[in-house]
Design a protein around this ligand. Sequence first.
Ligand code: UTP
Length: 234
Amino acid sequence: MKTIVLSLGGSVLVPSLESNNISRYAAVLREIAQHCRVFVVIGGGGEARRYIGVARSLGMDEASSDELGIRVTRINAALLAGALHDTAYPAVATSCQEAKQFGESGKIVVMGGVAPAQTTDAVSAVLAEYVHADVLVNATSVDGIYSADPKTDPSARRYDALTPEELIAIIAGDRLHAGSNAVIDIVAAKVIQRSSISLVVLDGRDPENVKNALLGETFRGSVVNPDKQNPLPL
Ligand code: UTP
């Protein structure tokens, strides 16, 4: 059975607490888990940013503010694990080693962040190394990797496939601009480069897209690996 790590942005799973995608994602993940081993890393989204903003305004240091962000990722993760009932391991993993261990149960494993000064993108890439994932899927709020931010630059071009080196060059270029918001962070990109992990970036605002990509229908997104080959469907 193949193994996937799915990085699910908080803004995708919980765009707002009231109108969230948790039960839709639970349904899709249950279906995917019939075909492969699944690990899910959940982000903090807007709620994490709000807590971090308040923490900073209270004079808290950056690492302590990150700890609050991590707590929000784990709350989001706990909501998804709860919605998955018996299909998920009942505890939210607090480290990648723990996630690997929980995975021995054969259930879907859900986790959030792990330590300050990281993002859940980086966590998901490291987890993909630990569990020897066949593919790392990043479900985000854009439909792939662009040459520039498509939300602000109309000339931005979307890539169907990239090598890890090409991805790193794009991120490095983007970082020269203040307020840059590359779709994948540099740590995650470096990890997938060193381990030649296949990465797929796709639009996760509709959970069906993720299901279609993994289970064999056409999808729109970007593939990153050394030979630019689409690793999907599994
Ligand atoms: P993320 O930045 O990973 O959230 O974590 P996200 O949901 O993916 O963001 P969107 O939805 O794509 O926009 C939120 C915050 O939690 C802290 C950081 O402060 C991060 O900005 N965090 C997260 C850590 O410090 N360590 C971690 O391992 C994970």
